[in-house]
Design a protein around this ligand. Structure first.
Ligand code: NDP
Length: 459
């Protein structure tokens, strides 16, 4: 039976606009662009799907580019535009399987029980409710899979490897369709728009996301997309690659075991803490458009599985020293990531807890406290460092034959550096002189003791 939980309104909650407010008051025009404006939007809408297809088409048993040098990629790009490509991409069976998987997730989302959690207070005074049944959906998907495989063995799972290009293409197409649907839907009367998604430039708004919380009845399209098809899909695809390796070799390499274990841990962790997603920028602030649709329907499942796919094409047995070193790196990364995030959460929600009551801090004029010792005294985003170390440990089992399996760690570094700048801007605007004082005490941005990090921070 679903229950309803309440959260106390925060003083940072937006002031609701009065019920009689005009549409312009409720949905003011966006006057600032992010991601280089319409040009950047054009780049993201066109180039990112090409990158997904590039990895799908060009990386296979015949080879992966070995470096980041453009010359290394010429033969691969030639391959992109050759004969049988359309045939491989237009794969009705793959499309059917992809759509079937998304439909199954939608069914589980509406049918499974779960507690109802309130979201952030919206500008229109509403607080939406979200059903937390992701963990059950995750397990149900795995059990349904097991049930269907009981008579056939692992063989059907090889479909994923054999139809990878078709699946990648289907995911890209589906993400465009969903993005177009929510963009058109955002013009329905009464829609609450994202503050950053109402510029009036169609391409930019389509990309960044115009409507804040597109829903069909109670079905919240953004919340559903955030964890279900992408993250459960990532898990399922990884399992299919492990099965393919097992059928090819008769065993699973220890490098594959590490990749599977690390990523499964991360996936389970995100479902275990599912309600944490309600306070992320994706849910509270960003509109739902192409960026999230493509990111979660296509980019995440297709690119986060690169390591497992690479290990099918190029299986590796690690020495026990390598195995131990990579495992240690992952544990250190996770320890930094989890304990720093938990320390901040505990300090903010329960400051008298013995584990945080002796931390040093400064009190800002807003009344909020900023920790200046322990994890948060080492650098201003020590949690990002832990997260990035984990991402590196996911790639290292693949060895150094190609740069492609390292794509995740490279992309994630760029994402975290950009996110740190966005967060710094947010805190500087919010805390003013207090933030400057804080930065004088905690000098480093992400890596403790990194002088260039510090120099960059003061520019
Ligand atoms: P943080 O958890 O670091 O939160 C930043 C906020 O914390 C600031 O805006 C400020 O908010 C508050 N804050 C900053 N400094 C302090 C301090 N010293 N003491 C107390 N509060 C402070 O950032 P994110 O939300 O970006 O990241 C959360 C986790 O999610 C990270 O571990 C990150 O690595 C991970 N992540 C993972 C991604 C992925 O794709 N896997 C993508 C993005 C993030 P306030 O206004 O409340 O003061």
């Amino acid at each position: 039976m679903a229950s309803s939980k309440k959260t106390a309104p925060s003083k940072d909650d937006p002031k609701p606009v009065s019920a009689s407010a005009s549409s312009d008051e409720l949905n003011p025009k966006t006057t600032q662009y992010e991601f280089l404006g319409p040009m950047g939007a054009f780049g993201m809408v066109t180039a990112l799907p090409v990158l997904v297809l590039f990895f799908a088409i060009c990386c296979n048993k015949t080879g992966y580019p070995s470096s980041l040098l453009i010359s290394d990629y010429k033969t691969y790009f030639d391959q992109l535009f050759t004969g049988d490509l359309l045939k491989a991409m237009w794969d009705p069976m793959a499309m059917l399987v992809y759509l079937g998987f998304v439909a199954l997730q939608a069914l589980l989302y509406v049918a499974l029980p779960g507690d109802l959690y309130p979201g952030t207070l919206l500008r229109n005074g509403e607080r939406l409710k979200y059903r937390m049944n992701g963990f059950t959906a995750y397990h149900s998907t795995l059990f349904i899979g097991l049930y269907f495989l009981k008579d056939t063995g692992l063989k059907p799972l090889v479909f994923v490897y054999d139809h990878w290009i078709g699946l990648a293409f289907s995911s890209v197409m589906f993400s465009y369709v969903v993005a177009l649907f929510v963009y058109i839907k955002s013009f329905a009367p009464g829609a609450l728009l994202a503050l950053g998604g109402n510029t009036g430039n169609a391409l930019y708004d389509f990309m960044i996301g115009r409507e804040l919380n597109p829903r069909i009845g109670d079905f919240d399209i953004k919340f559903f997309t955030e964890l279900r098809p992408g993250i459960i899909g990532w898990q399922v695809l990884n399992i299919c690659f492990a099965a393919k390796q097992y059928l090819d070799l008769g065993y699973i390499t220890n490098s594959m075991v590490l990749v599977q274990a690390f990523q499964t841990w991360y996936i389970v962790d995100s479902f275990w803490n599912e309600e944490a997603v309600l306070t992320t920028m994706d849910i509270t602030t960003d509109g739902f458009g192409y960026m999230l649709s493509f990111g979660l329907y296509s980019w995440l499942p297709m690119n986060y599985t690169l390591q497992a796919r690479y290990l099918v094409d190029f299986p590796r047995d690690l020495s026990w020293v390598e195995f131990g070193a990579i495992l240690a790196l992952n544990i250190i990364g996770y320890y930094i990531f989890r304990s720093s995030n938990s320390q901040k959460n505990e300090f903010r929600s329960n400051p008298s807890n013995p584990s945080v009551k002796d931390l040093k801090y400064i009190t800002t004029s807003k009344g909020t406290k900023l920790i200046t010792s322990s994890w948060w005294g080492m650098s201003r985003h020590i949690n990002y460092l832990g997260d990035w170390l984990m991402s590196l440990s996911w790639c290292l089992p693949c060895g150094f034959g190609s740069v492609v399996p390292y794509f995740y760690a490279i992309y994630f570094a760029v994402l975290l550096l950009h996110r740190e700048r966005r967060d710094d801007h947010k805190c500087r605007t919010k805390y003013g002189k207090d933030w400057e004082k804080y930065c004088e005490i905690v000098k480093y941005r992400i890596i403790p003791g990194n002088e260039s990090d510090q120099k960059f921070a003061t520019t």
